[in-house]
Design a protein around this ligand. Sequence first.
Ligand code: PAF
Length: 291
Amino acid sequence: MIEISDPQQMRAWSRAVRSSGQTVGFVATMGYLHEGHLHLIDRARERTDQVVASIFVNPIQFGPQDDLLRYPRDLEHDRAAALQRGADCLFVPDESVMYPSPPLVRVAPGSLADHLCGPRRPGHFEGVLTVVIKLLHIVEPDVAVFGRKDAQQAVIIGRMVADLNVPTEIDVAPTLREADGLAMSSRNVYLTEEERRAAPALARGLDAAHRAFQSGTRDPEALIAAVRQCLAAEPEIDTEYVELVDQRSLQPVTSVTADALLAAAVHLGSARLIDNIILGEGTAADIRLKG
Ligand code: PAF
């Protein structure tokens, strides 16, 4: 595995691969790689000949209240994990090369950030889109794989690529879950033992709504209430939002169909966790690690 930190060298590597007739796959990460990220690398491997994974903790997607300084980092572990999983190239740029000066021009998500995490994290998706478009311009991948756990992010990136004619296919991989249903996230390390025990209530709540939908419930408020009820059973959990939206426009739905996106964010101690399902699928469509 080659490691590159310079954007021009990264682009030259990728262009050399592509001019040899091979395809390039890409997984963008902020490091602290867990099984969920490695699964994205596997997926990129299946789809393309050479896989690039990037590690860059993007400061402009963190708000003043967010956890930039304490965001977990472990480059040694990430190198070993990416190598072991068969990534061909690790792109690890410094902040000074990604942002030689603060970016004045940024990509705006428009109405796609009006709901779910958007209003709770002002500027977050603008920061994500701005770094992702930079990474796509540097790596020039044929396919970029993002995780469905960050559903709003994946939808907004897909729309950016379509609206701005970026020649990269965005592939969205199912969420990887622990045996008890908790979606894998770098932020799970913040959970205390007691909070970790309570955390699967989020996935259980989403599944409760899925079951209610399967039994014929079509009232959005009733489906949202099914999630909230599970969350309320765990006193450690502070619910930020539970929303049911159209999976393309990300606007709230009034008439509920199987392909609506049911998403929630909760606070558990110092961790903020998000999760979602496509209503008609529940978490069964995701990948659960064996306990
Ligand atoms: O999902 C993430 O880890 C980040 O938002 C991303 C896509 C790597 C951009 O910094």
